[in-house]
Design a protein around this ligand. Structure first.
Ligand SMILES: Cc1ncc(COP(=O)(O)O)c(C=O)c1O
Length: 384
């Protein structure tokens, strides 16, 4: 296992990132898709909190075709790892960021005539065309040109010698719970593509599906790529995902240790705001992690943790650096014991989906909320 640079000190709260599982997941997802479907690895937000350089390096090794990031700084990190690897910026650029498209050799998402003019100016100055993916808004209401106006914007891109169309895509608003609207978005997208004169889908990336909607259109569909974020980290966006039968493994686990164990009498109130009162004499363990590490305050009095392979309930409010749990049923527990917040311990497991439900949130947000204070430890060996 390789560790973060400042991790010579004993660990108090850390995340373990199983890069070998990430590689197995990518290969499994790939194997479940038709061979011609290209793999766009979505690694924005520090690769969903897993650590961008380590994650992107492993995904390159595993055969990702293109990297999708949100910011220039993320793009620069991926570029440093892989000169020549295609990178797509999913977020809009600020005007003063435009020139870095050429410097870092990036593809931009394009949604408007104003962007056509700006990015073409960068291409003209650089002496080579800037790659762009035309984004079509089919009902997400975020980036992209409205689908009815897509053919006109496509004409502008095609007319510019300083732009090179490298892809066309859309994004689904409710792929996990509204199949009818997702179908409507697909229909709008395909209709828009049909009206884009001279568009050659076979020569560019054509993508829409993410982890929730991963599917490929049968027959002569122009879709030839998928954008995978959550699923490559071993998390199903919802139990009825089309790829639920692909058994990806969690890449991330979140761990801390017991800092203190003590017995408190029945009737004692626990933590800020006194929201929990002990109903019996209780062995309480104080854990070395709190919301300063990414345990959301919303899980106060709701979450459970694993200690000695047993589930132990959180008592009272989560505090910045410490969390109290009931360990009355785990008599051998002592200072220094490992605690699992998300992950496996012996036969027991707390999934990130369960943890996120306690916080009334989604796994995407939970992963992005693990703070900088938490070192990431990387498991690299492929194993079995
Ligand atoms: C435009 C876009 N495509 C793809 C993804 C990946 O989605 P998922 O993590 O559900 O696979 C995201 C994630 O937020 C996104 O914003």
């Amino acid at each position: 296992m390789s560790t973060a640079p400042n991790s010579r000190l004993p660990l108090r709260c850390w995340a373990e990132i199983d890069l070998a599982a990430l590689e197995r997941n990518l290969r499994l997802i790939r194997a479940s898709l038709p061979a011609h479907i290209r793999y766009v690895a979505v690694v924005k937000a520090d690769a969903y909190g897993h650590g961008l350089p380590q994650t992107a390096a492993r995904l390159m090794h595993s055969g990702a075709d293109l990297f999708a990031v949100a910011t220039l700084s993320e793009a620069a990190t991926v570029r440093e790892l892989g000169p020549g690897w295609p990178i797509l910026l999913l977020s809009p650029l600020l005007p003063e960021e435009d020139r870095y498209l050429a410097d870092y050799d990036l593809a931009a998402t394009i949604s408007s005539s104003a962007e056509v003019a700006r990015f073409a100016a960068v291409g003209r100055a650089a002496g080579r065309p800037i790659a762009v993916h035309l984004k079509i808004d089919t009902g997400m209401g975020r980036l992209g040109v409205w689908h009815e106006q897509a053919p006109a914007l496509h004409r502008e891109i095609a007319a510019s010698p300083h732009l090179r169309l490298a892809g066309v895509f859309t994004h689904f608003a409710s792929p996990d719970d509204d199949p009818a609207f997702t179908d409507e978005q697909r229909r709008r997208f395909l209709a828009a593509l049909d009206r884009c004169e001279g568009l050659r889908p076979g020569e560019i990336f054509v993508h829409a599906d993410n982890s929730s909607g991963l599917e490929t259109m049968p027959g002569a569909s122009p879709f030839n790529a998928v954008r995978v974020g959550l699923l490559q980290f071993g998390i199903l966006p919802h139990p009825h995902s089309l790829l639920a039968q692909v058994h990806t493994e969690p890449v991330f686990s979140f761990r801390t240790r017991v800092g203190l164990v003590k017995t408190l009498p029945r009737g004692t109130t626990i933590s800020y705001g006194r929201t929990h009162t002990l109903a019996r004499d209780t062995r309480v363990a104080v854990l070395c992690a709190g919301y300063g590490d990414g345990i959301p305050r919303a899980v106060s009095n709701r979450a459970q943790v694993l200690i000695g392979g047993r589930r132990c309930p959180v008592l009272g409010r989560i505090t910045m650096d410490q969390t109290m749990v009931d360990v009355t049923e785990v008599p051998a527990v002592q200072c220094g014991d490992e605690v699992v917040l998300v992950g496996r311990q012996d036969a027991a497991e707390i999934s990130i989906t369960e943890f996120s439900r306690w916080a009334d949130t989604i796994p995407w947000e939970t992963l992005c909320s693990v703070t900088k204070r938490v070192p990431r430890l990387y498991r690299t060996a492929l194993g079995v």
